[in-house]
Write a new protein. Sequence first.
Length: 118
Amino acid sequence: VQLQAFGGGAVPPGGSLRLSCRASVSPFNIISMGWYRQAPGKERELVATSGIGAMTNYADSVKGRFTISRDNAKGTVDLQMNSLKPEDSAIYYCNAVVIQRGSRDDYWGQGTLVTVSS
């Protein structure tokens, strides 16, 4: 299973970016998709996930600013990031939890850099 992420870049504080990710597996095998991020010197942390029944979960730090949307038919997940802050700067990783042949596994994309700076 491969996850291909798009988007990212550099924006000033208050700007917006949209990240997209596509999984190379049947959408019917995907339990959840989401985004995590890792800033320099920090551990990887959850940003937002979309699971069964379109249930979403957001980190407190991004609630009201970020919106996750998942297309179950296509196996894609997007993250719309508005009102970006310098502390949002990090490498963002797409994640998918997949069930195949009775095995549940986590898969990660290659990461895409988001820089928020004036």
